[in-house]
Design a protein around this ligand. Sequence first.
Ligand code: HEM
Length: 323
Amino acid sequence: MSNATQIPEARDRAIDSEPQYIDAPMTASAAFLVLAINPGDRALETVRSVIGSTADLIKDIRGRANGETFTANVGIGHRIWLALTGKPEPKELTAFREIKGAKHTAVSTPGDLLYHIRAASTDLIIEFEKILLEAFGNAVTAVDDVAGFRYFDGRDLLEFVDGTANPDGLDLPAATLIGEEDPDYAGGSYVVVQKYLHNLAAWRAQTAETQEAIIGRTKFDNVELADASEGQKSHKTLCTITDDEGEHDILRDNMPFAVPGRGQYGTYFIGYSRHLWVIEKMLERMFIGDPPPLHDRILDYSTAVSGATFFVPPRQFLAELPD
Ligand code: HEM
């Protein structure tokens, strides 16, 4: 084969698999907008067309953002995948599977589309959501819309720095983006979201040492504690998944959210992964325990009130959705 034919093919492959903004930096603001698609072909047509033009809407907002960070990712859920795209499903895509431990449950809740929006300031997010939802009209119903904010030096509302162990450099695409194991969806990523509400009074009643043992890091200076090899394990140890291939990382971009007047303080968990099973394994170890019934004690102070799984396809896939 000559170079002349090789180069366009390589370029086409790269365009086909160009990911959405999975690796965007952590921002001061974020929104997690979960939508259900209403019944009927008209609704599906509208949704296809709005998703197909999301890239343009992102550009429109960026054009008005004075150089500030603004990104948005679209995820599509299992229930609607075939009707919406007409294409076979990514290999691992399923609905969020409920996980019932002896004491705590990772609930599964509805959601066909996820918009994960990150920006330097909230006005950009609200403007994007306003224009987006006007375009969707009555084709969708909003299931949830959570506004996340950066809390001091990137802490969650349990007051620990959150996101430290995230992969970076070349480890980031290796952990988050599908490769040759599912070539039709190379450049895509699985994403799992869960909304947690904290019982802050009960958490505050614990000593800093107890809290640190639960998380697996020191509170003030964020230093990792040693992994326990047996008995009760910390959150960080339960979420470390290793096998013959080594450690399987995911990318988290959790955000605190709060409505103080209603006593609501929470963490919106979001995890991107090349392999859905890695996040499912983490959840199993957190909720069922390793060994059972030694669940993650973070759950004694944090209740999962939602849980949904989506696939975040490469950009070109969205642009080519049928009209
Ligand atoms: C209430 C919800 C949660 C809170 C407040 C929380 C908080 C934290 C904190 C403070 C750390 C240590 C610092 C860091 O490395 O980021 C951590 C680590 C981690 N968490 Fe969570 N987390 C939550 C839920 C989850 C869930 C649901 C998963 C996965 C399904 C998860 C996966 C991880 C992973 C993979 C690590 C890094 C482990 C390592 O050190 O390699 N977290 N989390």
